[in-house]
Write a protein that binds this ligand. Structure first.
Ligand SMILES: [Zn+2]
Ligand SMILES: [Zn+2]
Length: 493
């Protein structure tokens, strides 16, 4: 049966009534549980019922309230993220307040199968994986980073370049992703609240930061042959095999300095948010490089994000490829990317035959001296450089001058110069994405999910992102929310 819309206020009344009934007139809620109670009390998930209406059938048994199912999953991640869902169902039986907070009467707690059935409704694809399980044997192994802590080397810049060209030609075509239903809910019901509370920054000029992080899902990739070559005595054949996790492969984890199996999660977050709030997650195979992931994520995010204008994108040096600057400009975002100085050679400047440019983007005069910045000509979008008259490279009274333009080389001459205070102020917020990714992995134990399907990994990621937003709502309105304790429990301090 199709679920009946249960307004959030009905959940609140249910909770009050149940807590009072089961705990007597003075409810006992231990201090540690109050933040959970307040977060769930204030988070309206009822839109899920409307969103999922079309995917339930008219017949059959009465369905569970979608909001309560999802609320329970959030509570699970807030309290027992290192356990499995089967254990969570047991936990709700042992700890009645968890069942009540979810919205379940104590004599009617759903089983684990009901949870999986519910999740599959949030995933508008038949296959819980993105790729087919039947695949050609994978051979290439990703390269290691050379130095300690260094990320894997950029897949040929040519690959990023070709992908960018393709994406720019096709950026107006939005192709549907199975994770879109989750994003729709997340954006309209969760991020929108954070936006209203002013937690994302200035909505008309948002800064976003992007970065990838490894997610280990299994110790080894599992695959089975579908041919009978082995039985016929052929040890190594190139026939397709069946992979249990077709969207995962092996990649290099630069922080842990080892190979891992799983996903490369690429996240875009609101960089000006002091709560490091996540906005758009994307799972890629572990071998995928940051620069390639960013290209796909930037286009998908731009097509989907409707709550404000993102005009700045903050990325680390692993993204320092010329075509990424072009792509971001094309998307209306100003790139703020650290230089990844690969070569020590000076290059020929475009403006003048006797001026060279250092790998850091500084003009070098014919005598081999670094020129100094001498102001910006905003009208002509160019930066002025000057050499000291003492250098002798020019007979001009104030020394030789030279101009650099962003359009000549957006990488070496960004619109906002890298040595300016403005750059430093904006770019220092980039680490927000690292804190956000850490929070998901360390506080919410992202990698403890023992899931086999990409569908379940997306459920876990989105739920954790929702928890991060709820945490920020609580912190930013603590006084107001804490005063609700009296409404819920009159005897509370
Ligand atoms: Zn074979
Ligand atoms: Zn000079």
């Amino acid at each position: 049966m199709k679920p009946v819309l249960i307004p959030h206020s009905s959940y609140q009344s249910f909770l009050l009534e149940q807590l009072r009934f089961h705990y007597g007139p003075g409810i006992v809620i231990v201090n540690k549980d109050w933040p959970l109670v307040l977060k769930l009390w204030n988070t309206d998930l009822s839109y899920l019922t409307t969103l999922l209406q079309p995917v339930y059938s008219n017949q059959g048994p009465e369905s569970r309230d979608p909001a309560s199912m999802f609320r329970s999953f959030l509570l699970f991640l807030m309290t027992n993220p290192e356990k499995g869902l089967t254990e969570w169902v047991n936990e709700m039986k042992r700890t009645p307040i968890y069942a009540l907070l979810s919205g379940f009467p104590l004599d009617n707690i759903p089983g684990v199968g009901t949870f999986y059935d519910f999740f599959s409704r949030l995933w508008p694809a038949v296959d819980p994986h993105l790729k087919s399980k039947k695949q050609q044997r994978r051979k290439r192994k990703t390269k290691k980073g050379k130095k300690k802590g260094e990320k894997a080397p950029t897949t040929t810049t040519g690959r990023v370049h070709r992908l960018v060209q393709w994406m720019m030609r096709h950026s107006d075509i939005k192709s549907a992703l199975p994770s879109d239903r989750l994003f729709d809910f997340f954006q309209s019901q969760i991020v929108a609240v954070s936006a209203k509370l002013g937690l994302l920054g200035d909505l008309s000029a948002l800064s976003a930061a992007g970065d990838g992080t490894p997610i280990t899902t299994a110790a080894y990739p599992r695959s089975k042959p579908i041919c009978d070559c082995r039985a016929r005595g052929i040890a190594h054949c190139n026939h397709p095999r069946v992979y249990s996790q077709p969207d995962c492969d092996s990649g290099w984890d630069s922080a842990r300095e080892k190979y891992f199996n799983g996903y490369h999660m690429y996240m875009i977050s609101a960089a000006d948010s002091e709560h490091d709030l996540p906005l758009y997650p994307r799972l890629q195979p572990a071998s995928r490089h940051d620069a390639v992931s960013l290209v796909m994520s930037a286009v998908e995010f731009k097509q989907r994000f409707t709550l404000g204008t993102v005009d700045k994108m903050l990325l680390d040096a692993a993204h320092d490829a010329e075509s990424i600057y072009l792509l971001l400009e094309h998307q209306g975002m100003e790139p703020f990317i650290d230089l990844n100085i690969r070569s020590k050679k000076n290059i020929q400047s475009k403006g003048s035959s006797d001026i060279k440019i250092s790998p850091e983007g500084i003009p070098i005069c014919p005598n081999g001296n670094w020129m100094r910045p001498n102001g910006t000509d905003r009208k002509l979008h160019r930066r002025k450089w000057r050499c000291s008259p003492h250098c002798g490279c020019s007979s001009a009274k104030y020394g030789r001058t030279f101009y650099t333009k962003t359009s000549d080389d957006p990488r070496l001459f960004p619109k906002t110069p890298r040595d300016s205070d403005k750059w430093k102020l904006i770019y220092k917020r980039r680490t927000s994405i690292e804190r956000s990714n850490k929070r998901e992995k360390i506080d919410y134990k992202l990698e403890s999910g023992r899931h086999r399907s990409t569908m379940m990994w997306y459920m876990r990621i989105y739920a954790i992102m929702i928890c991060q937003h709820m945490d920020a709502w609580y912190v930013s309105q603590k006084e107001e929310w804490d005063s609700l304790k009296r409404t819920i429990c009159p005897s509370a301090a």
